[in-house]
Design a protein around this ligand. Structure first.
Ligand code: ADP
Length: 161
């Protein structure tokens, strides 16, 4: 039984993240989405809100679990016997970034492998940070995030409040 972990900030969840969660859930017996906080990014939503957005969207994926995890990802993975760390690649900047993290994680926990999935072409330009910027200036994001996320983004950052 292979347990995989998909860690990230998910601030907030996008359809790009959701596509990756769906695909990874088909590849591994169990997938744990670990919601953390990237220390170099300022969060708009609390960890609990970010978890709720994901839970609302993965109801039809029985082997997906969502939880808050703020410690070292590989230590958390070891504690639940997870052996695959899933991340997404949209472009070469992601690759550079992920390569460094994967190298460090492999140093810390050689039994854990990082598996990177290529972003689907339709979501290659989708990032949580960009969506937050676009919301501030009134752009329409309905095709890029689940409905509850679009509503929450509008409420929190929208130009008309
Ligand atoms: P982090 O702050 O840990 O990078 P993010 O929530 O920004 O957290 O991203 C989590 C993971 O999801 C990263 O591996 C990122 O590359 C991937 N990802 C983000 N957006 C997309 C997307 N549109 N398509 C595929 N993967 C994505």
């Amino acid at each position: 039984m292979t347990i995989a972990v998909f860690p990230g900030s998910f601030d907030p969840l996008t359809n790009g993240h959701l596509d990756l969660i769906t695909r990874a859930s088909r590849m591994f017996d169990q997938l744990v989405v670990a919601v953390g906080q990237n220390t170099s990014k300022r969060g708009v939503f609390t960890a609990e809100e970010r978890v709720a957005f994901i839970r609302q969207s993965v109801g039809d994926l029985p082997n997906v679990d969502v939880r808050i995890e703020t410690g070292l990802t590989v230590a958390f993975m070891q504690s639940i016997h997870a052996t695959v760390l899933v991340r997404g690649l949209r472009n070469s900047a992601d690759f550079e970034y992920e390569q460094g993290i994967a190298g460090m994680n492999r140093h810390l926990a050689p039994e854990i492998d990082t598996v990177c999935l290529m972003a689907d072409a339709q979501y290659q330009f989708v990032s949580s940070s960009l969506l937050k910027e676009v919301t501030k200036f009134g752009g329409d994001l309905t095709a890029l995030v689940p409905v509850p996320v679009a509503e929450a983004l509008q409420q929190r950052l929208g130009s008309d409040d």
